[in-house]
Write a protein that binds this ligand. Sequence first.
Ligand SMILES: Cc1cn([C@H]2C[C@H](OP(=O)(O)O)[C@@H](CO)O2)c(=O)[nH]c1=O
Ligand SMILES: [Mg+2]
Length: 182
Amino acid sequence: MLILVDQDGVLADFEQAFYQAWQRSPMQQDFPAIAPEHRRHFYPRDDYPTQYAQATRDIIASKGFFRNLRPIEGAINGMKAMQEAGHEVVICTAPINEYQHCVPEKYEWVEEHLGMEWTRRMIVTKDKTLVYGDVLIDDRPEIHGHRAPQWQHVLFDQAYNRHISTTPRLTWNQWQTVLATL
Ligand SMILES: Cc1cn([C@H]2C[C@H](OP(=O)(O)O)[C@@H](CO)O2)c(=O)[nH]c1=O
Ligand SMILES: [Mg+2]
């Protein structure tokens, strides 16, 4: 299979980094950071009070945010294992609108954690529906774009998407079982 794998929320731990950045920020005094297991919406700005919408964007767009994300447990081994099992594995990731730090840092992250050869297997796009693949493993519950996608969406398990039951759900310790059911 040609497997597209999302970066943030699947390979890189966006949630933990956002939580820690908020705790270090002045906002923490007025509104304490929401622990990752208590998040309920994909975008933090939808879980935090509306007056903090810009503050959430500023954290995510800040220099070093994407560069310093920790790998999600099992992700690096999972990527290599999927490849060793004979699948074509491609990273398919969206940049934020404030792309200046995000885009190069996503490449640097992949180079550091997976190795330089994986940077040649990265597709950075705002529209994942235009990318060909059999499967897209992605933590975002709804993925829209200009076309009906070729791939089947497999939802990567996160606290904020746990109320969704319509798509197959994957964690890194049972990717083989999930892909075998497709
Ligand atoms: C703003 C925001 C972006 N992102 C990630 C998703 C996209 O990366 P990816 O496609 O690798 O999951 C990228 C642009 O939206 O930033 C979040 O995961 N949560 C957010 O709240
Ligand atoms: Mg994601």
